[in-house]
Ligand binder design. Structure first.
Ligand SMILES: Cc1cc2nc3c(=O)[nH]c(=O)nc-3n(C[C@H](O)[C@H](O)[C@H](O)COP(=O)(O)O)c2cc1C
Length: 277
């Protein structure tokens, strides 16, 4: 089969999972391509037999640019699809967001997979969470998932793939599902710090403007952020001059209140003994 895996990934975790699945599908004899979301032409999506969509979890849900991208897809009645995500804690409703958006385009979503991924977020309470994930064990799970999906496709069975995460294909109402409902972009812009650009350090290399997933940064001649910023802090993470900063006095308290490790264990899916930091 002609398979296309489309991923959004800022720090490489989701890309690693996508590549691992693609390798497994390739070994099973499928023709597989793995493409970054923002560079995937719509014709490639409509042309493939099986579509996989992968993303990190942001604020317990699918990132805004991913939702925006999926909403631009054409109608694709009956297209076989699956979803996957990485998260630094409880994935909330990210898989369900992806599945729901694909289903709204007519796709038949067969499976969902989730793995952990190291967090690169400037909030001090999050930085470095889930170190070295996805690790070999996570990637082995990704292979097993791909194997099971291949088996499902070969056998022509209908219904969900047995390895599917229980969060993927139906809405759940846990604590982090509720957090995802309140964590709307307008509120994040109020509660979380706005990235600041230090012009004395900026060398106008333009990487922040090119990489911003919302295209929220323009150059005049120094970077200027508009009001569509989703507070993903990718500009801060990738600036080679460290010219982008943010002040976490208040935002860290907000994030810690919702995403502390006790809540992640009690209300999320963080397993006993799982290393968080
Ligand atoms: C802006 C931002 C928000 C995030 N929000 C969450 C979250 O709500 N829950 C969670 O489990 N992980 C969260 N994470 C962690 C990422 O989901 C995780 O690190 C993911 O593996 C990153 O994937 P990537 O390397 O493919 O970009 C967040 C990360 C960032 C940068």
């Amino acid at each position: 089969m002609n398979m296309l895996l489309v991923y959004f990934s800022q720090t490489g975790n989701t890309r690693k999972v996508a590549q691992t699945m693609a390798d497994e599908f390739g070994m099973k004899g499928h023709t597989v391509r793995v493409l970054p979301m923002m560079e995937t032409p719509l014709a490639d999506i409509t042309g493939c037999d099986v579509l996989g969509i992968g993303t990190p979890c942001f604020e317990s849900q699918a990132p805004t640019p991913v939702k925006d991208y999926l909403s631009t897809l054409p109608y694709m009645q009956g297209k076989r699809a699956f979803v996957f995500a990485t998260s630094g804690g409880s994935p909330g409703r990210v898989l369900h967001d992806l599945a729901r958006l694909l289903q709204s385009k007519g796709a038949s979503v067969m499976a969902g997979f989730k793995a952990r991924g190291t967090v690169h977020h400037p909030a001090p309470c999050l930085m470095g969470r889930m170190p070295e994930r996805p690790d070999q064990k996570d990637l082995t799970h990704a292979r097993v998932f791909a194997e099971s999906l291949d088996d499902h496709l070969q056998s022509g069975r209908s219904g969900p793939v047995p390895e599917t995460s229980r969060y993927a294909l139906r809405r759940t109402w846990g604590f982090y599902d509720l957090v995802s409902l309140i964590a709307q972009p307008f509120l994040l812009r109020i509660l979380l710090p706005r990235p600041r650009i230090d012009q004395s350090l900026c060398k106008q290399c333009t990487i922040c403007a090119r990489e911003c997933p919302m295209k929220s940064i323009s150059l005049d001649p120094y970077p200027i952020l508009d009001d569509q910023c989703i507070r993903c802090y990718h500009c801060q993470n990738i600036c080679p001059q460290k010219a982008v900063t943010s002040s976490w006095l208040f935002g860290n308290i907000v994030i810690f209140t919702l995403y502390n490790t006790l809540f992640a264990r009690l209300f999320g899916d963080v397993e006993p003994g799982e290393r968080i930091y």
